[in-house]
Write a protein that binds this ligand. Structure first.
Ligand SMILES: [Zn+2]
Length: 475
């Protein structure tokens, strides 16, 4: 009995490759993407963003370590040019971050403006424009980090220029360099720079607006856990002809185990992970389908409103598999197989509780008595952000003034690790999780972009917010 005939493997590979990368999907609703009058200072945003996007500050790839350092120096230079009197690049306990400070006038609060200058990797094949060359197409600016999160950074820089050398409140600018890799050193960083980073309110411009021209403040973020699952059934590989039909191979067993994570309707089948919150927002189905790029005929997972499934409920995804590739395939029963499982943790549940539920499920659902080992790989708690305090109310008014539309209060399916750390280190402080991107910004994906009009409005919102706080401090 020979190995799997090479011919059929090549044919299989050829078949899948011929389908090519998924065709680009039509863009989202353009109704509210009308052009925004561009004030004279708007060109400065494009100049800043062009220089920032040109540096491939990809935190997850070691070959870009120099670019990350170069990016931090550029951020420091732009902050100084914007008028920030005190600027430091800090890389003694994390990837290079930048800290800028303006002293607070007597009796005025301090606002910390946060963004991150590290970006996600790119797959060049999928980009219509060069990812590290900011490209304007109509009202959108394309480039890696244009929305996530160099756009947020550019909005802060423009806000500082608008405010001038003597802002009416204390200002701290914190530009992180490792957000896209899960902020692994944020605890040490906050411990070491606790006093420099202390503020009354943190403006974290790193989420999503509801739509172009329709701002949003984020009130909750899901947490995230990663679990490495290893299944073992044999102590060595054996011939599938000789033993197949009697011995369970580890890869098929793992597939069965992973399949137990979801119910037939696609909802998460792990006990104890049910949603604990819900949202009064109705996510338009047609818009979601367009943004998400769901292929025709493919069904959604689970039950309930889209918003609740995306922001309030759990989500489990298999994000990696250790198994022979098609090229390496042979007619063998594999003794071991591994997978990396990602769990989005519902707000209201702790990450370690969720990880325990997932681990328990995996260990109690192993078919045919297979041995299962689960190793936690990462855990970040969900976050819930209050919007009833004076700072949040001022923010709602300021973003409403700048966009001409009261912000929607929405959740995020993703996580911003810093949010929880800030809440625990500065429990008295308020958090404003704002955005420059919109659902069509394709953050983390190919052809990332930001709507220029929204970028301008985001600057105006930050300026209005800070001026309102200054006026309030004056009494
Ligand atoms: Zn981000």
């Amino acid at each position: 009995m020979g190995c799997l005939r090479r011919a059929s493997v090549d044919m299989l590979v050829a078949m899948t490759e011929s389908q090519g990368p998924m065709a680009d999907r039509p863009t989202a609703s353009t109704a509210s993407a009308a052009a925004v009058p561009e004030p004279a200072w708007a060109q400065e945003i494009i100049d800043d963003l062009t220089r920032l996007v040109a540096v491939p500050s990809i935190g997850a790839q070691a070959e870009h370590a120099d670019d990350l350092a170069r990016s931090a120096s550029l951020v420091a230079e732009l902050l100084s040019q914007a008028g920030c009197p005190e600027v430091q690049v800090l890389d003694d306990c994390s990837a290079p971050a930048v800290l800028g400070r303006y002293p607070a006038p007597p009796g005025a609060p301090t606002v910390c403006l946060y963004a991150h200058h590290d970006v996600q990797p790119v797959d060049l094949a999928d980009w219509r424009t060069p990812p590290f060359q900011l490209t304007r197409v109509g009202e959108r600016l394309y480039g890696r980090g244009a929305a996530d999160d160099k756009g947020g950074l550019a909005a802060h820089l423009a806000c500082l220029r608008r405010l001038g050398p003597n802002p009416p409140v204390g200002l701290t600018v914190f530009i992180e360099g490792e957000e896209e890799v899960g902020s692994p050193h944020v605890d040490q960083f906050l411990a070491r720079y606790r006093e420099q980073l202390r503020a009354d309110v943190y403006v974290i411009a790193d989420a999503d607006n509801w739509d172009v021209g329709y701002p949003a403040l984020t009130t909750s973020l899901r947490g995230v856990c990663l679990a490495l699952v290893e299944v073992a059934t044999l102590d060595h590989a054996v011939h599938s002809g000789q033993f197949g039909g009697v011995l369970p191979d580890a890869l098929t067993t793992l597939c069965h185990l992973l399949a137990s994570l979801h119910a037939p309707d696609g909802s998460v089948a792990v006990a104890g992970l049910e949603a604990r919150t819900s949202f009064a927002v109705d996510y338009p189905d047609d818009r979601f389908r367009t943004e998400a790029g769901l292929l025709p005929g493919v069904a959604y997972l689970g039950q309930g409103s889209l918003a609740d499934r995306l922001w309030a409920g759990p989500a489990i995804t298999v994000i990696a598999l250790d198994a022979p590739s098609l090229e390496q395939a042979s007619n063998t029963l594999l003794p071991r197989a591994r997978a990396l499982v990602s769990l989005r943790v519902p707000p209201g549940l702790k990450a370690d509780q969720a990880l325990a539920q997932l681990t328990d499920h995996l260990q109690t659902h192993a078919p045919w008595g297979a041995q299962v080992q689960v190793t936690p790989a990462a855990a970040g708690d969900p976050a819930q952000i209050a919007v009833d305090g004076p700072f949040a109310q001022t923010a709602l008014a300021a973003w409403g003034e700048a966009f001409g539309q009261t912000p929607a209060l929405i959740g995020q399916g993703g996580s911003i690790p810093l949010v929880n750390q800030l809440s625990s280190v500065y429990p008295e402080a308020s958090l404003i999780v704002s955005a420059v991107g919109d659902p069509d910004s394709r953050m983390h994906g190919a052809n990332e972009s930001v709507h220029f009009g929204d970028l301008i409005r985001s600057v105006e919102a930050e300026v209005a917010f800070i001026r309102r706080l200054g006026d309030a401090a004056q009494g």
